[in-house]
Write a protein that binds this ligand. Structure first.
Ligand SMILES: Cc1cc2nc3c(=O)[nH]c(=O)nc-3n(C[C@H](O)[C@H](O)[C@H](O)COP(=O)(O)O)c2cc1C
Length: 192
């Protein structure tokens, strides 16, 4: 029988801003509605994670509910539409990952799992991190948007008066969880 609770996939791809992915992972792990998080890192994602946070995939796998997946394993459960899961976020999403998803190139577990989310009409959140953007990036963003993804570039808001970088990462994580359908209380939300 299917286990109760929500299941999500979090991918960390090879772009700057892996700390935003770590903050999102921590928030997913702490959410009582979430039963399982499949964590996938691209090879450059691993490198950026280590360079920018000093963390390894093994460190992240120690968080509760996290199942670390091998990026090359196209036989992993999240590779199949028949496996029940509730959405996926790429935080950060490289321009390369965006391009592969936009063209339906499913040669890795990240791009295949994202492709499955689109075909099964499940939430797919792409937190693109690249600047400046060329025409190909802009066109790819429109393509994935039209296919059902949410394009959510890493552009944190400053109106909540962040006390530091962790606060900034965490406020952005709240917005990613919103897009996955997990609307958590957060005192940093805008109040007029
Ligand atoms: C240290 C480092 C930082 C990078 N930062 C970015 C970035 O911010 N945005 C981006 O789109 N690509 C960035 N790249 C390039 C991508 O990692 C590269 O295009 C890669 O093929 C993307 O594939 P992936 O999504 O499977 O990781 C960076 C690469 C390195 C080595």
């Amino acid at each position: 029988m299917d286990t109760p609770g929500l299941r999500f996939t979090l991918a960390i791809t090879g772009a700057s801003g892996s700390a935003f992915g770590v903050a999102t992972l921590r928030r997913l792990a702490a959410n009582p509605q979430v039963a399982r998080i499949a964590l996938v890192l691209s090879p450059t994602g691993k490198r950026c994670l280590l360079d920018e946070t000093g963390l390894t995939p093994k460190d992240l796998a120690a968080l509760p509910k996290v199942r670390l997946m091998d990026e090359r394993d196209l036989g992993a459960d999240i590779s199949s539409g028949s496996f029940r899961q509730d959405g996926m976020a790429l935080v950060p999403c490289s321009a390369g990952a965006l391009g592969r998803i936009a063209s339906g190139v499913s040669e890795s577990l990240v791009s295949r799992a994202a492709d499955v989310c689109l075909k099964e009409r499940r939430p797919l959140v792409l937190c693109l991190r690249e600047t400046p953007l060329n025409r190909i990036h802009l066109e790819n963003m429109l393509r994935v948007h039209d296919a059902g993804a949410v394009v959510m570039p890493i552009m944190p808001g400053f109106y909540s008066g962040p006390k530091g970088l962790d606060d900034l990462f965490d406020t952005f994580a709240t917005r990613v969880l919103d897009q996955l359908g997990l609307r958590e209380d957060d005192p940093r939300r805008w109040k007029s």
